[in-house]
Write a protein that binds this ligand. Sequence first.
Ligand SMILES: [Zn+2]
Length: 312
Amino acid sequence: MNDLLSHLKQHLPQGLWFLEQMVSMESPSFDKPLVDKFVSFLGRQFNDIGGAVEFIPSEKFGNHLLVRFQGNARGRILLLGHTDTVWPTGEIEKRPFKIAGGRALGPGVFDMKAGILLMWMAVDALKKVRGSLSRPVTVLLTSDEEVGSNSSRALIEAEASQCTAVLVLEPSLPNGVLKTARKGIGRFTLKAIGKAAHAGIDPLKGINAIEEISRQIIKLQKMTDVARGTTVTVGIVQGGTRSNVVPAEAAAEIDLRITSIEEADRITKAIKALTPELAGARLEVRGSINRPPMERTSETARLFETARKVAA
Ligand SMILES: [Zn+2]
């Protein structure tokens, strides 16, 4: 371990130079030409340390970068990250890269160009100090993480499912805390359909969709189960056209957070099984789980322990 550490220390200036290059080349999610340029630069850097580089084209966003390194044993490791940042083009003029008080500063240093640097330095150091990697390594850098990963999701799933372990080199939480679990998110819209009628002339002929959605909202809010880590939040309500008309339509937008796939299925079923309270009213549900939960398994805990020992 000590020979690795001294190698890394010795190569820190070279690493910081690479980091400065990365930060100075801006890569906002929606600027495909800039991200593509940054990704080709990275491709050359990973090629220089012996990686087989592949660019996966993306129409709307920058190209994704896939790099494979050979290893001695079986059990491929995926190093996962992203090349895009939330910073707009030109931010670098306002806040150029600098090192002050032992910290590197600049747009995208933290999230996550320093993470890309760590991938590159770790692979390079292991190969130079040990002669080869003990396991094959894939580096996958996607270009649309900050805007939902829609164009890279299938690629991430395909690569991750072939690997023994996936290490996401996103910035840590304060004090170096790593995430070994994460809640999943679901988004649903519940629509109530009633019947319009004039509130003065024939109010009894109407079916009030706002009353219907109100009753459903109370049922939805009650699905929150703190002990299981499940929260159901109605965040937006819409309905009605005029105060003197019994409203024919109303809708509620629902945010769901869950810690397990099992719980995701249970609540999704419960939302879809809601039935109207008012005679003649109808309900329509749209939506689904859009980020599945990352459950903390015993394998994840074991991997974390290994990482902690190595880090120490
Ligand atoms: Zn990030």
